[in-house]
Design a protein around this ligand. Structure first.
Ligand SMILES: C[S@@+](CC[C@H](N)C(=O)[O-])C[C@H]1O[C@@H](n2cnc3c(N)ncnc32)[C@H](O)[C@@H]1O
Length: 252
């Protein structure tokens, strides 16, 4: 599939989810990576977050907790959605830190900005852009995090190259994502509904980490890798699917 076709299908799906999720209607449902926030995050972390934020949690893990953020750090969230991880990170980096969320879907950015106003936070900024060509300057962030997004990208090599470019030397990545052991068939990869549900865009974990290494990352660790059948809809003929947490560093 052409890169543009994949971006359009993904944008259509997440635009519709953003437009159809409201605080009166319960969490986003029927959208692949839609595990309720309460099962992904420690409940204490979610305390004080508005329901508009927790209801639009579409991740498959908790990249903020494994990032071990420090006050004053600059954090970039790839595919920030409604902003849940940005708001959690903003609490940890404090007023002297800064959090940038990048997302390509206008309706999602509108939700994230409305959530920002509702929360009254000033150290978070949402930017429109593609994670394959980040609207972020070179060597400017301490931590790149992402939650269930890189599997959706048609060009994961470019995403890792961009993450490496924008990180300061010594900076780190903290990723939660869907990965596989084995490959999807070309026919399944061409199924845009399943790709957009965070299923058939996922790649073998060894390929994933090899691409990170090729981008220049070191000390790449698959911190955990658990069966993702409760998160994404797996069918017969598909490889094993996992929700993984992956960390790495840009050399100092
Ligand atoms: C599964 S949702 C995850 C949202 C958020 N990280 C969370 O945990 O709730 C995927 C998000 O990534 C965005 N996205 C997907 N592919 C993208 C790309 N290539 N560039 C920028 N944003 C992208 C979508 O618009 C959507 O908001």
């Amino acid at each position: 599939m052409a890169q543009n076709d994949i971006h359009s299908a993904v944008q259509e799906r997440y635009g519709a989810i953003a437009e159809n999720t409201s605080s009166c209607c319960g969490p986003a449902t029927d959208c692949g990576c839609d595990t309720p926030s309460a099962t992904l995050y420690d409940n204490a972390l979610l305390e004080g977050l508005p329901v508009d934020v927790t209801n639009l949690s579409l991740g498959c893990g908790d990249p903020v907790s494994i990032a071990s953020l420090n006050p004053g750090e600059t954090v970039l969230d790839l595919g920030s959605g409604g902003g849940i991880d940005c708001f959690l990170a903003a609490r940890q980096v404090g007023e002297t830190g800064y959090v940038i969320g990048v997302d390509m879907t206008p309706a999602m950015l509108m939700k994230a900005n409305a959530n920002k106003v509702q929360m009254g936070v000033h150290n978070v900024e949402f930017r429109r852009g593609q994670i394959e060509a980040l609207p972020v300057t070179d060597n400017s962030v301490d931590v790149v995090m992402s939650n269930c997004v890189i599997n959706l990208s048609p060009d994961k090599t470019a995403v890792f190259g961009e993450a490496f470019r924008v990180l300061k030397p010594g900076g780190r990545v903290s990723i939660s994502d869907i990965v596989t052991e084995g490959e999807f068939s070309d026919a399944l990869k061409a199924d845009m509904a399943k790709w957009s549900e965070c299923v058939t865009g996922a790649i073998d974990v060894a390929d994933y980490t090899a691409r990170m290494q090729a981008a220049g990352f070191v000390d790449i660790q698959v911190v955990s890798k658990v069966n993702a059948e409760g998160i994404v809809p797996r069918q017969d003929g598909m490889p094993s699917i996992f929700s993984a947490r992956i960390t790495a560093y840009k050399p100092a």
